[in-house]
Design a protein around this ligand. Structure first.
Ligand code: ADP
Length: 645
């Protein structure tokens, strides 16, 4: 294999980006090549998972999520598991039958047959070995089956979460979504890995034992079965009923413990600042206490049921000995049969107990399937139209055409907004908090659909174009920039992961990050922590601006950061903004009038309506709300500069 100047011949080895990063690669020395080939031959292949991703809401195959549907995607493993399960259930029950044969035919004092004993011993050995091998195979197959199904399910749910629109994430707690991905899926894992197989094995074992007992002696079989089964059924029904309630409480309990823990961890600064530690401990103690009580309850019912069924078993065996003993004395039953019966009856109870316990696992798994099904059936509110067209390259005209909107349709927060923003124009939205400025911005990028009216870009109703063609041409800079764990480069090239070094460099230079990058140990390859906590808020904002710059959007929607920055950072950000806004349509949600003043036009929003519209000079001259805001602001600036002197 020729590795000479790059990775060309090495299938699946090394990061594909390596040559781009300019790393020298001398190739693998020929004496090591054989070793590398050998290693690669054993490497598992991780094929690209087949992810169906679309946002028009009808992507799913229309089938409901059920355990069975998840399993049938693996027909070969399913068949293999069934075969080994049958094999296990049969071979593992050979022991008592062979004991009966040896007692009655091998060790019979009237005609002693040593060969029978030897053959029976060999058969026992063989059945044990086959049983053990089958069990090994079963554990392996069901483990792989569970891992496969879990993998499918995780990808399916994650993909679905990516499709859902923002309203879902506002309404649903992040903790609940995480629970779906963790505890619900793990619940299923337990069921798939062991539960279903055990269910089948124990069920089959009971059938095998019943058949063997009936073959050995119908009368005794019927007597014993009728003696113990009704009592066991009653006990199992009781346990079943109680355990459903008990395990439900346990699940709620652990969910509450996790929710409380996660909330206090997230709010640890506020907790400390407000001296809430003691109260928090008391609250957590109560939550944990409820969880403990739920566990105590299930321990109690298990303690009654487990030994209870054992007692019934022992009493059953005692009755069997008495009845069977009389039958042996009368000559209607051999000693070997009695032996075998005795052993089988013992083995009859374990599956019942296990079945009932497995039924709990099954129910918990089913409950999880239901929750996951509900999640998967949630349709995004903002959907791509089935016949959505590609939005052609735009000039950047934005039109609000009689738009009304409410997060809850019954409570409108934007009323009857009509506005045209010309291509290349910079428009600032100003107004009090809660006026609806961000909501208007969200409607432009189609995070939500208006309840009335339309939003048009270059004359195209944005609800009729594809998401990808729309969002490719729009840039959004949120108030609090979100940085992902990764390098600065990854964060800047987020929208264009294949951006070249030169493009990243240009973005860094343009927004004025070059100096910072020089100070960082690995420049743009320095790793930033999750949410950019290792950077200052000004630096985070600059990275977000570089991200927007690199994407070269025609329309930029920018929610100005409200955080107080030092003068130097602020100057830098203002300079970066000037460049970023150049030659593109921009909508600024301005929290500072100094920013708003730079815009071509200012839109004053109040209570979801546009109350004033015009340039800074026009609005000041008009003497309306903006003029008032400006006067207040100017006074404050004057006072501030006075006090500086
Ligand atoms: P502004 O950006 O002008 O401060 P917003 O557009 O964020 O105001 O909010 C307008 C109104 O909509 C407010 O009353 C706010 O409480 C409400 N609102 C904002 N976001 C949501 C949401 N995700 N769900 C429900 N109501 C919301």
């Amino acid at each position: 294999m020729a590795f000479g100047g790059g990775w060309g011949g090495g299938v699946g080895v090394g990061p594909p980006g390596a040559p781009v990063a300019g790393l020298p690669f001398g190739g693998i020395p020929s004496e090591l090549q054989a070793g590398v080939d050998h290693l690669l031959a054993d490497e598992p292949e991780h094929a690209e998972p087949d992810v169906v991703f679309s946002q028009n809401g009808s992507e799913d195959d229309g089938h409901q999520l059920t355990l069975w549907r998840l399993l049938v995607r693996y027909p070969r493993m399913l068949a293999s598991a069934s075969v080994v399960i049958v094999l296990m259930s049969v071979t593992l029950q050979a022991g008592p039958l062979l004991t009966q044969i040896v007692t009655d035919h091998g060790l019979n004092p009237h005609h002693y047959h040593f060969s029978v004993v030897v053959w029976a011993a060999l058969a026992y050995l063989a059945s044990t070995v086959i049983g053990a091998l089958a069990q090994r195979r079963q554990v392996e197959v069901t483990g792989r089956l569970a891992a496969g199904v879990m993998n499918d399910l995780r990808i399916k749910i994650f993909t679905h979460l990516q499709r859902l629109s923002l309203d879902y994430f506002t309404a649903e707690k992040a903790g609940v979504i995480m629970t779906r991905m963790t505890s619900d899926i793990e619940n299923l894992q337990q069921l798939l890995q062991d539960g279903l197989a055990q269910f089948a094995i124990q069920g089959l074992t009971m059938v095998v034992i019943t058949v063997v007992m009936l073959v050995l002696n119908v009368k005794l079989a019927l007597i014993t079965l009728f003696l113990v089964i009704p009592i066991l059924t009653l006990m199992s029904l009781w346990f079943q009923h109680r355990s459903v309630v008990g395990y439900d409480k346990v699940r709620d309990g652990i969910a509450n413990v996790m929710a409380d823990l996660s909330e206090s961890l997230h709010g640890v600064r506020i907790v400390t600042a407000h001296n809430r530690q003691r109260r928090n401990v008391v609250h957590h103690r109560n939550v944990v206490g409820e969880y403990r009580d739920a566990n105590n309850y299930t321990a109690h019912i298990n303690a009654v049921y487990g030994p209870g069924t054992q007692l019934v078993g022992i009493l059953g065996q005692a009755a069997l000995l008495a009845i069977g003993g009389v039958m042996v004395a009368q000559g209607s039953l051999t000693i070997g049969d009695l032996f075998a019966f005795f052993l089988y009856l013992n083995r009859f109870f374990a599956p019942i107990q296990l079945l009932v316990q497995q039924y709990n696992t099954y129910q918990q798994g089913q409950a999880s399937v239901l929750k996951l099904r509900t999640l998967l059936e949630t349709e995004p509110d903002v959907k791509e139209a089935p016949d959505a067209s590609e939005l052609p390259a735009i000039a950047g005209e934005i039109v609000f055409d009689n738009v009304a909107f409410g997060y809850d349709p019954a409570i409108p927060v934007v009323h009857d907004v009509s506005l045209r923003i010309a291509p290349g124009e910079t428009v600032a939205f100003v107004g009090p908090t809660g006026a609806g400025k961000s909501t208007l911005a969200k409607l432009i990028v189609r995070f939500y659909d208006p309840t009335e009216g339309r939003v048009l870009i270059d004359g195209h109703d944005i609800s009729t174009v594809t998401f990808s063609s729309l969002r490719r041409q729009l840039g959004v800079v949120p108030q609090e920039p979100f940085l992902f764990a990764g390098t600065v480069r990854d964060n800047i090239s987020f929208a264009h992961p294949d951006a070249s070094d030169a493009e990243v460099e240009e973005a860094v230079r343009t927004v004025g990050l070059a100096e910072l990058m020089e100070r960082m140990p690995q420049g743009v390859d320095t790793v930033v922590h999750e949410r950019g906590q290792s950077l200052s808020s000004g630096e985070r904002q600059l990275i977000a601006l570089a991200r927007a710059f690199l994407a070269h959007p025609r329309v930029l929607v920018l929610d100005e950061a409200t955080s107080n920055l030092d003068l130097q950072s602020e100057t830098k950000i203002e300079a970066a903004l000037d460049i970023l806004l150049e030659a593109r349509t921009a909508v600024l949600i301005a929290h500072r009038l100094s920013t708003a003043m730079k815009a071509d036009r200012i839109v004053v929003v109040d209570e979801g309506r546009i109350i004033e519209l015009g340039s800074h000079d026009e609005l000041v001259a008009a003497g309306g709300r903006y003029a008032e805001m400006y006067a207040t602001w100017s006074r404050q600036v004057d006072v501030a500069s006075e006090s500086h002197r």
